[in-house]
Design a protein around this ligand. Structure first.
Ligand code: G3P
Ligand code: CA
Length: 374
């Protein structure tokens, strides 16, 4: 019959039990860590918003009513407007500084900078035919002869039923040259029109209108005028992840979100932005695998030329525009008030891993010491 030494077995059993508890905790910690990394989209807690880039620029002539209508039919939560101001002070929706790429018509009216033309001149230009020439597979007869819309025409058509993602653009401050404002009065006129079409309050409350710009001065001007308006700081593709992250603190002073180029987005950037309660809306997505990758990284929405594709990628997670805007506003407020998920800025590195390794070493040390004493 075998005799057991109870005086030495008891501490060993206690130590083994302690080790089991610690190792079990480590396994749990690793699981939690992995889950947090895998569900980055939950960090701000809002929906992933589908922003129709220039409407649906991949399927219809950009920044036309036809493009906006189709984007909304295809599931866009927001339709985007790039703003330019005509010589006579009217805000029109056009991406480029010059008319040449997207318009056809009398050369004296439809070439050169839009800022040097009156609205009457601009309205003689056809902004649909270029699309049929360039994308014959998506061409439609109805696109020929489409006109450049004014911002007011867009507001009049869609009212408070649609969400707008409006960019203030400046001739003097294109992407890659932020920090200079052309003092065109664009911001003032935008706010005046938002008031006229009852959009200012619902922008602040429900994010019905998001205002974006590459130019910090433009956003700071709007923030000074009305700090309740939700603003998004865009970053050109000339930025690096490092320079972009270095600016987040400043952007957080006036913006609720950032719009980086897709190539600059990684998990570290998303976590750093979320740690400051900044939503992340990269531009401009075309392919579905890229959309999936960004969603996995935890972005809060994205600009796409194909809202129909993003709608398909989101599947059951897609919400209607109303819920997308309100849900995003609520998630932002919860984060800022501290009631949302707290996200430490680790630059994408989990702090649980080094903590877990330390605890593991400690418990093994305890076990060895106990066995030696026995
Ligand atoms: O505003 C987001 C995205 O549209 C930025 O790129 O040049 O198309 O205005 P861009
Ligand atoms: Ca834009």
């Amino acid at each position: 019959m075998k005799h057991h030494n109870h005086r030495t077995e008891a501490p060993i059993r206690r130590s083994i039990a302690l080790t089991a508890v610690v190792v079990g905790s480590l396994v749990a910690a690793f699981c939690v860590s992995g889950a947090a990394a895998a569900t980055g989209a939950d960090l701000m807690g809002g929906p992933v918003v589908n922003v129709g880039h220039r409407g649906t620029a991949g399927l219809a002539p950009e920044h036309t009513i036809a493009s906006y209508d189709l984007a909304l039919e295809d599931g866009a939560d927001y339709i985007e407007q790039d703003l330019r101001m005509t010589k006579d002070g009217v805000l029109v929706v056009l991406h480029d500084e010059d008319l040449d790429r997207t318009t056809r018509g009398p050369a004296e009216n439809c070439t050169g900078p839009v800022g040097e033309k009156t609205l009457e001149q601009v309205k003689t230009c056809d902004v649909g035919s270029f699309f049929n020439e360039r994308y014959p597979e998506y061409a439609r007869d109805g696109y020929e002869g489409l006109k450049i819309p004014t911002l007011e025409e867009v507001f009049r058509r869609y009212g408070t039923e649609t969400n707008y993602y409006i960019e203030t653009r400046s001739a003097d401050a294109p992407p890659g040259n932020p920090g200079v404002d052309d003092s065109s009065g664009m911001e003032e006129e935008l706010l005046r029109l938002m008031d006229e079409y009852s959009l200012r309050e619902t922008a602040a409350e429900n994010w019905r209108v998001l205002i974006q710009s590459f130019v910090p001065a433009s956003l700071e001007e709007i923030h000074a005028e009305d700090p309740s308006l939700p603003l998004v700081q865009l970053y050109s593709d000339e930025e690096t992840g490092e320079t972009l992250r270095a600016d987040l603190e400043a952007a957080g002073g006036y913006a609720v979100g950032i719009g980086p180029s897709t190539d600059d987005v990684d998990r570290g950037l998303v976590e750093s932005a979320h740690a400051r309660c900044l939503a992340v809306h990269p531009y401009t997505l075309v392919e579905e695998p890229d959309m999936r990758e960004l969603i996995d990284l935890g972005v809060d929405g994205m600009f796409t030329d194909f809202p129909n594709r993003l709608e398909g990628v989101l599947g059951g997670e897609a919400v209607d525009g109303n819920r997308a805007a309100i849900g995003s506003a609520e998630a932002s407020r919860a984060c800022l008030s501290g009631t949302g998920t707290e996200v430490p800025d680790t630059g994408g590195v989990s702090l649980l891993l080094p903590a877990a390794l330390g605890a593991l070493l400690l418990s093994l040390g305890l076990l060895v010491a106990t066995v030696r004493r026995a």
